[in-house]
Design a protein around this ligand. Structure first.
Ligand code: ADP
Ligand code: MG
Length: 243
């Protein structure tokens, strides 16, 4: 579960400040894709950056399920603690897939896996790591391409690698920003359906930003943001915004 509670975020703008997020509260439930939409500049990416603990809000809380620690407020963590939480609990998929050109598909996932703190050491840990990577490559339909490098893949395939990489640590929360913007409509629909399927299968609380509602069917609920504020909320059965 991830919940933003009354989050406000401002950025310096000359001698005043602009409000990117204005008192936003929303919740992403486990196993559901919560869509966030709105015009360009409305604060969608800022909301994801706060949810990802990459930016600390001016005020408000960011509640995230953190294993045995229960639900913690990420907005109160030190930088080191936030980095640990991000590494263990949060998967992030950006607009561009940001793959490392020299690495194969399998290596992209292995590098991410080894950054982790929860990894078991020794040969049994390595077996578990390899099994997890194979499971994810199967799940995103890339097992046959595991030894290819990014330049040998299509845009849609690269985005699949980025999604698998985001899930390596079995995160509680998956944050996805405009995953289809570099793809044609058909490939975009496949990526959206894939994210929905993996969210349901792995039970992640997924927040997905999109300005394009052609893929609305893949979202379980939808929050519309205008000028940093929640304008509209269309719920699903189990996902809800709190105001
Ligand atoms: P969206 O993703 O919906 O297009 P953003 O969250 O990127 O919107 O931006 C919301 C507002 O915050 C915009 O006015 C944008 O110019 C501003 N903004 C975003 N990031 C920064 C930053 N790092 N510094 C200053 N202003 C920013
Ligand atoms: Mg954006």
């Amino acid at each position: 579960m991830i919940e933003l509670q009354k989050v406000t975020l401002t950025f310096p703008d000359g001698d005043r400040r602009i409000t990117a997020i204005d008192d936003v509260s929303l919740r992403g439930e486990d196993g559901f894709v919560t869509g966030i939409t709105g015009p360009s500049g409305s604060g969608k990416s800022s909301i994801l950056a706060v949810a990802a603990t990459l930016i600390r809000p001016d005020s408000g809380g960011v509640l995230i399920t953190d294993g045995d620690n229960g639900v913690i407020d990420a907005a109160q963590l030190s930088r080191t603690e936030a980095a640990r939480l991000r590494r263990d609990r949060i998967g992030i998929v950006f607009q561009q897939s940001n793959l490392i050109p020299a690495l194969t598909v399998r290596e992209q996932l292995r590098v991410m896996s080894r950054l982790g703190g929860r990894r078991q050491r020794g040969s049994s840990g390595k077996l578990a790591e390899d099994a997890r990577i194979d499971e994810l490559l199967e799940a995103v339909g890339l097992i046959a391409h595991a030894n290819k490098r990014p330049h040998q893949l299509s845009g849609g395939q690269r985005q699949r690698v980025a999604i698998a990489r985001g899930l390596v640590h079995s995160p509680e929360v998956l944050l996805v920003d405009e995953p289809t913007s570099a793809l044609d409509q058909e490939k975009g629909a496949e990526i959206m359906e894939l994210i929905a399927r993996l969210t349901h299968e792995f039970g992640t609380a997924t927040l997905l930003v999109t300005h394009d509602l052609v893929h609305r069917d893949s979202l379980d609920s939808l929050v519309t943001v205008v000028d940093g504020r929640i304008r509209e909320f269309t719920p699903s059965a189990a996902s809800s915004a709190v105001r």
